[in-house]
Structures are given as structure tokens and as C-alpha cells.
Design a protein around this ligand. Sequence first.
Ligand code: ADP
Ligand code: ZN
Ligand code: ZN
Length: 724
Amino acid sequence: MYANVIIEYGAKAVDREFSYIIPSELTDKIKVGHRVIVPFNNRDIEGFVLGISNKYDGEYKLSEIKDVCDEEPILNNEMLYLGEEIQKNILCSKISIYQAMLPKALKASYGTNIGIKKKRYIKLNISYEEANKFLNECKYSKQIEIVEKLITTDKILVDVMTSSINTLLKKGIICEEFIEVDRYQSHISGKYKVVELNMQQDAVVKSVNLDKHDTYLLFGITGSGKTEVYMELIDKVLKMEKTAIMLVPEISLTPQIVDRFVTRFGTDVAILHSGLSDYERYDEYRKIMDGRVKIVVGARSAIFAPLKNIGIIIIDEEHTSTYKQDTNPRYHARDVAILRGKYHNAPVILGSATPTLESFARAKKGVYKLLTLTKRAAAGKLPMVNIVDMKNEIKKGNFILSKVLINKIQEKLNKNEQVILLLNRRGYSSILTCRDCGNVIKCPNCDITLTYHKSSNTNRCHYCNYSVKNVNACPVCGSDNMKDYGLGTEKLEEELNRLFDARIIRMDMDTTSKRGMHEKIIEAFGNHEYDILLGTQMIAKGLDFPLVTLVGVINADSSLNIPDFRSAETTFQLLSQVSGRAGRGDLEGEVIIQTYNPDNYSIIYAKEHNYLKFYEDEMKIRKTLSYPPYFYITLVNISSRDYELGFSEANKIGKYLKQNLSTDTKVLGPTIANVFKINNVYHYQCVIKYKYDDKLNSVLNKLDEIYKINSKVDVAIDVNPVRM
Ligand code: ADP
Ligand code: ZN
Ligand code: ZN
């Protein structure tokens, strides 16, 4: 018998199935999907069996499979099928897709050790009579102490091995037992109570046909009770003896949703948290595979959860860009969800208050079924939004906070209510320049200015993590006449502390690098231990605090100024999401948006809570400029450490694309990428726009083949990119 085995081998060049002989002693043990050990280039590596046959017509002399790694196949039929389908849509190696589906412990790799964390316990290995006899004869007090303890307690945890323990082990008086450490437990507040659905919610639940596959877009304003709808649908699915997947943008940012799920569904839920250790992740994976849990809640990769008999897949906040992986394999969780929905004949629900234009356009065309929730579920109304033109404010000397926002914050503090402030930039200030020679301090590895972080007194690059002590002197002319511009969360926090007598907490990547910090901050703010929560876009998602009556956006322009055709859409989404945090309880909420572009349509429509108008205007622009959803886009990123070589290869690639793709397809570039130099690598890009191009796949595949073996120039192909 012969097996086709796919392996992952260092270089990007290997993405083929290789044939191996199945030795007779393994024929009964090896099935398709099994992980096996095979010899390759003089070493033993792991791979997956993708096919088995009883003849081989190639001309090579084949080697034998050395061993099989697991009792059961790791890849089941559905996963094998998904691998095939995903590869058709995005250009990547098949092995990379299978690896992405699995926890580290089950990936095919060389010498993986997930460091199973178990604790050492000792217990008695002899009868009580024998133990008593030992106590009478033994002369060593330490050993006596241990044995005496073990007579009264079942087992003792051993943190440090002592010579007494070693001796007792050697004599066979005691033995060891290893027990898994407690797995990560999400904190349950128990505050959540099941509510009765209102008429709109009820109508939505009833319009979902749970017996067949369809993709639904649930377009519901912030606070309209989408999460309640999800839970009700899942409840029904469980009653049909089926299972459910629920994706959220990031678990640690949405502890309240997790709380609601765990409270309602108890041990039926597995939470795939990014804070899980490799071992814990493996453990959860086994639980899912063995059918010990019925609901999986997690971020992007949870879409591959090996649940059987799936009855529904839900993607909350479907517009979130992190649902697309930005490294190989560049899959989008939404596409995988739809593939799995079809496979299991189960509905897929995409939920958002601000759907992507692509999804909403599909819903309008009837490709997705549109469901809507137009009213807030609890008593609250959508907040009043005011726009403040910062051009006028800086004339009055208000650089950070406008007069209106300062007054409003004070007003809320006086009433003992809470405030959320969004500033989408961490650090203290973003630009340090020398007033004498005009030098701007930049990262030595990237084409980016360094951000000053006051708390650590360092200048840091947010792209490559380069960090250098701030010396307050110009590295070019030595002058100490340095000035910092640009506003980050650290400076905002300092300003707030100067202006208000309030309890202030900051949430950004710098304050949440330790595991569990997101949850701690969110919980403390929820318990009203703080009055003001300020932070980056982390604070915009999914939080539900009834006491928050004011949301302030400090600089609405930061996302608008990003050179990406989606910048208006992401600005509208961010402003709508963060505004949605205000007035969710009985108290009315209000929002203040500070901007230098008060006339921008994305800001005005966010103020008016008018998604539909935003959609219409933005669609017109997309049509004029041939962008999605009217055209598809594929991005070809060409990068090299060698500036000249990158440039010339990028030009070659641009020419190749223009000559070989269909005439209706537009090829733009090559141009330099948004950030030209990152970590000493230069980036160029070509943008391909097309409606339908039957040559595209083969042309890109060929490009990929050529550059796979080029060690100096890297070509990354991103089909339907979410970021330019
Ligand atoms: P969304 O996910 O659309 O932002 P949520 O499901 O979080 O909305 O609901 C917003 C708030 O309204 C929550 O505090 C929730 O408990 C409450 N809520 C939802 N549905 C109802 C209902 N039918 N009756 C009363 N309160 C509700
Ligand atoms: Zn200088
Ligand atoms: Zn850098």
C-alpha cells in the first residue's frame, strides 16, 4: 500500500504530496487524515496522509513511512474538504491551511513540545499498617513528618523536591502522581439574567430557518439585542441535538458576552481564549472533538473548531477586519463559515450595526437574507452626537480637549456617571523633532517616526518594536531644543489627571500586555471603581455599561487619514461602534466627536446614526473608483531587503501581470506600499482590480511558483485584502 503525504518543510517551496510505502505492520493503523512520521531530506518529519492507494506509477524509489503519531486521524473528512475548498479561493499552501486548523500539539511539525503543565503530588504507596511500622522504625524527622501527613491526607502537592521525598520514593513508601494544572477559567459575574425577547427580536429568531443552509445578515443597531438573538437561536439548535459556533472579534475585549454565554449555557460552552496555553488549547480541542461541549465561542481560528453536527454559525461584528488572517494562510473566517454552513446544511448569521459594504450589498441583492433590528432593546435611545471642529479650538489654545468636552466630562462626573474616551494612538506623542536642525526622529529599521512613551521614557517603533531610551537631545546636531507633536493615550491621561479630580483608567496595548489585564480593567470599570475609561479602539467593541452616559472621540481623523480606500468605512464603523457604548441603560447618553474634518460624510452620517445613507454615498464612490464591492481586489506585495532589486522585480511583476491578465482587469502599480520600509525590508505593491478573470488564478500561481524559490525577493498574494 502507498500513501500520499503532505509535509511542512522549512522553505516555502514544498507544497506537494509525496508518496511513501506503508509498511505491512502499519497498514491497519493508517487512514486518510492520520499524522505520520516520514523520512525527508535525511531527517524524520511529520506530515498528514491525504490519500491511500494500492499502486504507484512514479519512477522514484520510495521510502517507507516510519511511524504513525496518533491513534485516530487528526484531519477528518470535513477538514480535508475545507482544505481543498479554501485553497481554491486563496493562494497558499495546503499544509498551511491544515496547520491553521489545529492546535499546536496536533500540527505536523518537527519536535513540537507543548510543555504539558502538570503538578506533582505525592501519596502513600503502602498500607496504613506498613506506614505505622515505618514510622516506628524511621529515625529521620523530615521523613516521619511527610508520612504522618500522608496518613491523614490523601495527597500532598510538591513544589520543591527534597532529599527526604526522594528517599521515600526510592524506598517505595510513597509514589508520585501528576495532575493537570487548572485550566484558564473565565470569570463569571452571574449578573446576566435571561430576558424575554421583544417583538423585533422574536421576529428575527423566527425568520431563521434552522433546517437548511442560508447566510443571513443581521443588521441591528448597537444595543438592539443581537446577542440575545444569537443565544436564543443557539438554544433552539441545542434542543435539536446540534452544535454551534459563535465568533467574536477578540475574547478578552468581550468578557461580557462570554459571561452571558457561560451563565446561560454553563459547561456546554468552550471558550477559545487567546490567553490559553498550548496545553489548555489542546485540552479544549479534545473536548470539542469528543463532543463534550456543544458551543464554541472564540475569535477567528475558532471557525475551525472540530464540532460535529453543526446547527448554526454566528459571526458577531462581522465587519471586524481581524476575521481575516493577515499572514499565510490569508483566509477570511466568513468564507470558512459559509463553507462549513453548506457542509452541515446549517444557517450562518453575520451580525453587525455597521456591516461591511460587501455584506450589505450581498444582502440587498438577496445573496444573503437581511434581518433587521431597528430599536434599542433596553429602555435607552441612541445617543445625541455633537461634532466639534478642532480647527476653531486650537485657535483658542485647546489642543487636546475642546471646551465642550471638558464641560461635559465635568457635568457627568458631578452626577456620578461614567465617561469613555477614545484616542486611537498609544504612547505619549507621535513625533519628536529638533527645533534647531529640523531633524525628525525616525526608526532606524522602518520608514516611520518613533513614538515617545513617557512612562518608560523610551522612543519606540510601533511597527518593529525597536526601542531606545529618550535622551532629550537631537541625534544629529546635539541640540536639546526638542519638541514633541501628536497626541497619544499617555498624554491624554496626563491631561485628564490635570483637569479633573476623577478616577481614571487607561486601556491600550501598553496597559494590557499582561494576561488577564483586559478583563481586569473592564471589570473594574464595570464595578464603577473608575469614572473615566480612556483607550484605543480596544474600548469600542461590545462593552455594555449602563452608567456610561458620555463618549468622547478625541481625534476622529486618525483613521480617516490612512491611505486606504476603506478609510471612510472604517471611520464610520469605529465612530458608530464607540458611540454605541453611550446610553445603553436607563440613562440617556451623548457623544462628542472632535475632528479637523467636520464636513466629512463618514463623520456626519455617524453623527446621524445613518448607516443606509453612508452606504449609498460610499457605494457611489466605490463604483466610480472601481473598488469592492463592484470590483474584486487582489494585492500583490513585493518585498526585499535590497531596495534596487525590489524595485526592479516589482516592475517586472507589474509588466507580467499587465501582459497576462484579461484586458478587462486593471493592474495598478507597482507603487511603494503604505509603509515603505518595515524592519529594513522594502515593500512595493501591485493592485489588481477585476470583476471576473479566468486567467487570474493560473497567472498568480505561476508568479507564486517563481518567487517561492527566490530567497531575495518575497511575493505575498492577498486575495480580497481587508487592508491596503
Ligand atoms: P447588541 O448585541 O445588539 O449590542 P445586546 O444583546 O448586548 O445588544 O443588548 C443590549 C442590552 O439590552 C443588554 O444589556 C441586554 O441585556 C438588553 N436586552 C437585550 N434584549 C432585551 C430584551 N428583550 N428586553 C430587555 N433588555 C434586553
Ligand atoms: Zn537637531
Ligand atoms: Zn521600526
